[in-house]
Design a protein around this ligand. Structure first.
Ligand code: FES
Length: 180
C-alpha cells in the first residue's frame, strides 16, 4: 500500500531541475526546427505574393535604381524598395535585380527569383560552374542572359528597363526577351 502511495506521490512531484532543462531543450530544439521549416516554406510564398504585384503593376510604375555609369558587362546586384498599397494597408518590399550591359550595349535587369520554386539565385556563386547564375536550393543554373541550363523549366524573368537622365529605372517583371 505504502509502495503505491510512494509511487503516486513520486508521479505528482514537481519536475526536478534536470527534467525541466531536458524539456526546455526539447522545446527549443523542436521550436527551432519548426521555425526553420516554416521559414523555408513561407519565404517563397512571400516571394510569390510580391511577384504578382510586379507582374501586374501599372505600366507607368518605374523605380529609380542606379546610375547607368555603374553598369558593366558583369552582372551586379542592386536592391530597391517597392511601395505597395493594398486598400488601407501600405507596406514596403525590398527587391533586387541583377543588372548588366549585354554585348549589344543594352541594359538587362534580371529578376533573382529562380524559375524552379522561387528561391534566390546568385551570380558566380558555384565554383564548379563559373560565370553562371546558380540557385542554392536545388541546383538550377542559368547563363549570363538568364537562359535556363539545368533544373529550372524557364529562363529568369527580367524587369522592364527605362533609362532617363543617366539613371536606370525598373518597372514590371516580364518573361525574358533576351534568350530564345
Ligand atoms: S528553387 Fe531554385 S533550384 Fe529549386
Amino acid at each position: 500500500m505504502s509502495n503505491q502511495n510512494d509511487h503516486h506521490e513520486a508521479s505528482q512531484k514537481p519536475p526536478g531541475r534536470k527534467e525541466m532543462s531536458r524539456r526546455q531543450f526539447l522545446t527549443y530544439t523542436l521550436g527551432g526546427a519548426t521555425a526553420y521549416m516554416v521559414s523555408g516554406a513561407v519565404l517563397p510564398m512571400i516571394r510569390f505574393a510580391v511577384d504578382p504585384i510586379l507582374h501586374k503593376g501599372s505600366k507607368g510604375n518605374f523605380i529609380k535604381v542606379v546610375e547607368v555609369s555603374k553598369i558593366t558587362n558583369e552582372p551586379q546586384e542592386f536592391s530597391f524598395e517597392l511601395q505597395q498599397q493594398d486598400g488601407w494597408y501600405s507596406s514596403t518590399a525590398t527587391l533586387s535585380a541583377w543588372i548588366r550591359k549585354n554585348d549589344k550595349g543594352e541594359i538587362v535587369a534580371l529578376s533573382p527569383v529562380c524559375k524552379h520554386l522561387g528561391c534566390t539565385i546568385g551570380w558566380n556563386n558555384d565554383k564548379g560552374y563559373p560565370d553562371e547564375y546558380h540557385c542554392p536550393c536545388h541546383g538550377a543554373r542559368y547563363t549570363k542572359d538568364g537562359k535556363n541550363l539545368a533544373v529550372a523549366p524557364k529562363p529568369l524573368d527580367e524587369y522592364t528597363v527605362k533609362v532617363d537622365n543617366g539613371w536606370i529605372y525598373l518597372g514590371q517583371i516580364v518573361p525574358n526577351k533576351h534568350v530564345s
